[in-house]
Design a protein around this ligand. Structure first.
Ligand code: ZN
Ligand code: ZN
Length: 207
């Protein structure tokens, strides 16, 4: 299996906290998770591989700004959970995503599958993508290495977000890599060890 995960931009410790865009695929085709805002830069990492789909973990503008620009080259569909449609329209007025994701939905690329896990809280339509074949979970803003991610200095629904992490994500195999929308990666095992402390701390901000 030569299916792999690429990250754009490449991790730069101390660099600007840009959105992590994740690419899952082989030498022929890729799925893009969270296109961010820099389509031209992203295409350097995509190369001439066919983009099969552009998946948005949620509707916040910094994560979805370049969605159509990235999708258009290969006429790929853009996927979003319908509960984030109104947020999405702030970035893309008058233009809806092509695929309405739902919990349990599956995308296939190269020889692996990505399963949609609805994990509301950060936004009503936040999703994670689980790739059992590669032992990886793409968490967007649901879960960063330091815990639940806030938005603009506050937690839209902290209790629900923690519940989604505890119920839906920590049930995955402990050695699963957690690949978030910002910052460094972690694992399910590490997150599980920290989870009680996150619950006890409540909605405090900090990385
Ligand atoms: Zn973000
Ligand atoms: Zn967000």
């Amino acid at each position: 299996m030569n299916t792999r995960i690429d990250q754009f931009p490449a991790p730069a410790p101390g660099g600007p906290d840009s959105v992590n865009t994740w690419l899952v695929g082989d030498d022929e085709e890729v799925i893009v998770i969270d296109p961010g805002a820099d389509a031209a830069g992203l295409f350097d990492t995509v190369g001439d591989r066919e983009v099969l789909a552009v998946i948005c973990t949620h509707g916040h503008a910094e994560h979805v700004a370049a969605a159509f620009e990235v999708a258009e080259r290969d006429e790929a569909p853009v996927a979003l959970h319908p509960r984030d449609r109104s947020l999405w329209r702030e970035a893309h007025p008058g233009e809806d995503a092509d695929i309405e994701m739902e919990d349990g939905g599956v995308f296939e690329v190269a020889d692996v599958a990505l399963e949609v896990i609805h994990a509301p809280g950060h936004t009503a339509g936040s999703v994670c993508l689980y790739c059992e074949d590669l032992g990886a979970l793409f968490t967007g803003h649901v879960l960063l290495a330091g815990g639940a991610a806030a938005h603009d200095g506050e937690f839209p629904d902290f209790a629900r977000q923690l519940n989604a992490i505890g119920e839906n994500l920590l049930a995955l195999p402990p050695d699963t890599r957690v690949l978030p929308g910002h910052g460094p990666e972690t694992t399910i095992a590490t997150a599980e060890k920290q989870f009680d402390a996150w619950v006890a701390a409540g909605p405090v901000l900090g990385e």
